[in-house]
Design a protein around this ligand. Structure first.
Ligand code: 5GP
Length: 196
């Protein structure tokens, strides 16, 4: 019996532990495919083209958007990010599951367009103070950038009610286990099975 593919959207304010958790999930379940976004943001040290993101110019981003190549897109911290539609559609039609590490605006667009094929998971930091400490420790952004990200975090958390699940990332190993449990349960839902 075949199962329909699922789009697992994982959002959290930056510093919420999303990237680490997504990496752990990919190791845990080889059937999960990571959706690599296109971005107009310059690559950070250590980031690889075609692994972390597809890095493009503003102009190229706009051209692709004009050709409706993105299933969703959003401007985050002054840069543009989009999810290639073709990858999602091909994976879904062959019954594969996908992890999307995208922001709240993007998540809502995916929920709207892909409806029952999507499952939205929000990772919450234990508190805003913890988030501020994590952002400062990460040290890739300057103080103004940290303030901007904190303000954005508050705004994002206000969209929590639109999500299907919430996991508080107090302890990484437990948060990973909880997301794994969500994925396992979602895969077992009756509506996911294709009869014949
Ligand atoms: P960063 O620049 O730190 O890698 O990502 C900044 C934010 O953009 C994160 O919240 C990340 O989840 C989000 N993001 C990354 N790719 C996409 C995408 O394709 N679409 C949307 N809407 N957000 C994205």
């Amino acid at each position: 019996m075949k199962r329909k593919g699922i789009l697992f959207v994982v959002s959290s304010p930056s510093g919420g532990g999303k990237t680490t958790i997504c990496r752990e999930l990919m190791k845990w379940s080889p059937e999960l495919n990571y959706s690599i976004s296109v971005t107009s943001r310059p690559a950070r040290a250590g980031e690889k083209e075609g692994k972390d993101y597809y890095f493009v110019s503003e102009k190229e981003f706009e051209e692709r958007r004009g050709r409706d190549e993105f299933a969703e897109w959003a401007e985050v911290h002054g840069h543009r990010y989009g999810t290639p539609r073709k990858f999602l559609d091909e994976a879904l039609s062959s019954g594969k599951d996908i992890i999307l590490d995208i922001d709240v605006k993007g998540a809502l667009q995916i929920k709207d367009e892909y409806k029952e094929s999507s499952c939205l998971i929000f990772l919450l930091p234990p508190s805003l103070e913890t988030l501020a400490t994590r952002l400062k420790k990460r040290n890739t952004d300057n103080a103004r950038e940290v303030e901007k990200r904190l303000a954005k975090a508050k705004e994002e958390i206000s969209f929590l009610k639109e999500y299907h699940y919430v996991v508080v990332n107090q302890k990484l190993s437990q948060a990973v286990q909880e997301v794994q449990a969500i994925i396992t349960a979602e895969r077992c839902r009756v509506g996911r099975i294709k009869v014949n």
